[in-house]
Design a protein around this ligand. Sequence first.
Ligand SMILES: Cc1ncc(COP(=O)(O)O)c(C=O)c1O
Length: 420
Amino acid sequence: MAEEPTLFGDLEPEPRLLMGPGPVDVYPSVLRALSSPMLGQFDPQFTQYMNEVMALYRQVFRTENQWTFLINGTARAAIEACLTSLIVPGDKVLVPVFGRFGHLLIEICGRAGAKVVTLETEWGTVFPPDRIIDAVRQHRPKVVALVHGDTSTTMAQPLAEVGPQCRELGAIVYVDATATIGGNLLEVDAWALDAVSAGLQKCMSGPPGSAPVTFNERVVEIIEHRKHVEAGIRPEGFEDADVPRISSNYFDLPMLMDYWSRVRLNHHTEATSMLYASREAARTVLGEGLEIGFRRHEIASSALRAGLEAMGLKLFGDPAHRMVNVTGVFIPEGVDGEGLRSALLEDFGIEIGTSFGPLHGKIWRIGTMGYVCRKANVLRCLGALEALLRRAGIDVTPGAGMDAAYAVYDADAVTLASGA
Ligand SMILES: Cc1ncc(COP(=O)(O)O)c(C=O)c1O
């Protein structure tokens, strides 16, 4: 007998406060943008929106790069587009690793056929810029691929000196800024970063599924020699160069450049709703003002950290190099970390993050990013943690966490009022 079709229920997820390492709650204006009507991909309205997206993300990345657009897919799609387009099998790539996402870069470079040289540092630390530069002098890589902020360790690698010195040494610098864009200072041009990619689901407070990317003429010079146009849309007389073609069709940057330029080469069908979301996320972030947004992230993480410490918890990682949007905190001795995380979700609707690799079972990661990064949420999270820690038998002075967080916000209000 044929089975009855099963429809399941309406899609009505229970409300959550997403305070993990991403994704986070989406700006309401971005949710509205997602429900805008479809347009054809060559409708002049749509191509105008594509141009606007390019202009908006140039401002977010702080770059003059013409080639600033979206890769369809989550953040790793843009990482893959940059690295597979840049790397010809046999190229040497240096990857400094300070967390899980450095390993992802190694994986992607390896699949692209690179000879990968790695540098490692303990999770919870970053590299002194000289260590990276010395390795570039020693190994002379074509590309240095590194992560800006690695959510797995909550650390941010300083890049201001690395970029210009790599440029002097003739190396191309690729940076994964997925977790820092929009919340931490990121200066693509001033730091001489050649190719940078990102995602929407952290400080940009959009949904995962669209990955902004930017790259300069140094990158164009390398990748345009690898240009291949697929049969069926190939212009008459076009011939492939005598270099191994980019192994991915979907992530072939030169073909995507033709799609995002006046050529409007028919490549994929742009993910229409995600383009609307990306445009609105950038408008929201820029509308607030990048600097004001960075400050909001700084204050929220300072308040959260003060609150956690006042509850007797110990923060993870080198304090001089913490990202401003994710906080690593040690799970107190005797507490079932996963049990408490589940109770936080079930009893309070708050999600915080677990951790990977050497940190698994040792720390929680708490995000204060984008739309979520607000005083009310910091206080809610501290209050809920206090209740659950006390239920787990930890001696926490009632109210201590929230008082400490309030003190940070109060001091900031005084600073703002005094115009300092
Ligand atoms: C630094 C960093 N890079 C890359 C990624 C991968 O992003 P996605 O899961 O969107 O592909 C993440 C996701 O957390 C990240 O934090």
